[in-house]
Ligand binder design. Structure first.
Ligand SMILES: NC(=O)c1ccc[n+]([C@@H]2O[C@H](COP(=O)([O-])OP(=O)(O)OC[C@H]3O[C@@H](n4cnc5c(N)ncnc54)[C@H](O)[C@@H]3O)[C@@H](O)[C@H]2O)c1
Length: 360
């Protein structure tokens, strides 16, 4: 048995249909009385529902949410938080809404209660992200770790399958990379493999029956497990690629996840023999090809071209990806980065021989 380090994270999770009704009780547990509500403006009904639920506890709202947390928008959220002397944030929405809550918490040290409505998993992690000048920076800080998470699958019923599918691929990517990222340990691996099993089984069923609360619940549960493993184990090539491309070309995070994961797994395969085998067992087939087929099954995007990356972006991204991958299980040189990006750009089938010409 190998030795290992498990740096467990604190956090309270309330999971179940309808449990957003416990919001005030949970805010009270945090000892907060002046809440900044951060919510996706696209869902006005939800915003109003949470405003009503919070009542007098809600002293301000922030709804100017766009993906990848541009620095100036994070600064705007922070200014509102300061102006209203808030003592906690409640965020409702996808990973983007959570991102602004983290940006505020990083500066003010305020506790966060997150109510996720996608499968991004950010609510489980102390990882923050911010973009500026075409570059997305991420970091790890315990102040960014939400104190409480309410997972209410009812809130995901309205998430259209064309967003839900790729978002679930984001969760799957967290679990898959948790098997071989630098912080992986036997406990995170157990949880990650369970997440892979739950997601592989239930994502197609959720896609077929988007109004089925039980399927939505399973996928949200899988996303929770996956987020918890990301928080401890960390990430590798897949996520580093997404951060490079997301920052450069403002591509949609969920869609990038659907496209990139099969290639990241195929590229890493020679360097991660044992975790790759365990992953393939959990997937019920070769990990890279199973993910590729799963994305096809839910009619998700399978090429970077399809999601709007310009072809000349490949050359621009190569040096950044090389730099970003230095601590990967299998760092890329410029040639490898180029062929990796080209394969993902074209959406070719990620079979085992794809990167065989490159030495490990
Ligand atoms: N720090 C971390 O640990 C971490 C982990 C994962 C993702 N992220 C970050 O999160 C962001 C992406 O999050 P995301 O993929 O959830 O995207 P998102 O939050 O931007 O949401 C995607 C779209 O779904 C809509 N939406 C969300 N919930 C909905 C619902 N229930 N019904 C209908 N529409 C809904 C939103 O309005 C938006 O248009 C990225 O910036 C990514 O870097 C961070």
């Amino acid at each position: 048995m190998n030795s290992f380090l498990y740096d467990a994270l604190a956090g309270r999770v309330v999971f179940g249909a309808g449990r957003r009704s416990e919001l005030v009780e949970e805010v009270n547990r945090l000892g907060a009385s002046r809440v900044l509500l951060i919510a996706d403006p696209q869902d006005e009904e939800r915003l109003n529902e949470f405003r009503n639920l919070l009542g007098d506890l809600c002293v301000a709202t922030f709804t100017d949410i766009v993906q990848h947390v541009p620095r100036e928008k994070a600064a705007a959220a922070l200014a509102i938080a300061r102006e209203h002397a808030i003592d906690a944030t409640v965020s409702v929405g996808g990973g983007s809404a959570t991102g602004y809550s983290k940006a505020v918490a990083l500066e003010l040290g305020t506790p966060q209660l997150c109510v996720p409505t996608t499968y991004a998993g950010s609510e489980m992690t102390p990882i923050w992200g911010m973009s500026e000048g075409g570059e997305k920076r991420t970091g790890r800080d315990l102040r960014a770790l939400p104190a409480t998470v309410i997972y209410d699958p009812e809130l995901t019923l309205g998430l259209p399958v064309k967003i839900a599918g790729p978002s679930a691929m984001n969760a799957l990517a967290h679990a898959a990379e948790a098997l071989y990222a630098t912080g992986a340990n036997p406990i995170t691996s157990l949880v990650a493999l369970e997440a892979v099993r739950v997601l592989t089984e239930h994502v197609p069923l959720m896609y077929d029956s988007p109004g089925n609360l039980d399927e939505r619940s399973h996928v949200l549960y899988g996303a929770y497990l996956a987020g918890a493993t990301l928080a401890v184990a960390g990430t590798d090539l897949h996520h580093r690629t997404n951060h490079v491309l997301g920052g450069m070309f403002n591509l949609d995070h969920g869609q990038m996840n659907a496209v990139v994961l099969p290639y990241a797994l195929a590229f890493n395969k020679p360097a991660i023999a044992e975790p790759y085998k365990r992953l393939s067992d959990a997937f019920g087939g070769d990990a890279a090809t199973t993910v590729f087929e799963l994305v096809g099954r839910i009619k998700g995007p399978r090429s970077l071209a399809e999601i709007g990356m310009p072809i000349d972006g490949i050359e621009l991204a190569v040096p950044l990806l090389v730099e970003a991958s230095v601590r990967n299980v299998r760092p890329l040189n410029a040639d490898q980065a180029r062929s990796f990006l080209r394969a993902a750009y074209e959406g070719v089938v990620p079979d085992a021989s794809l990167f065989a010409s490159h030495n490990v």
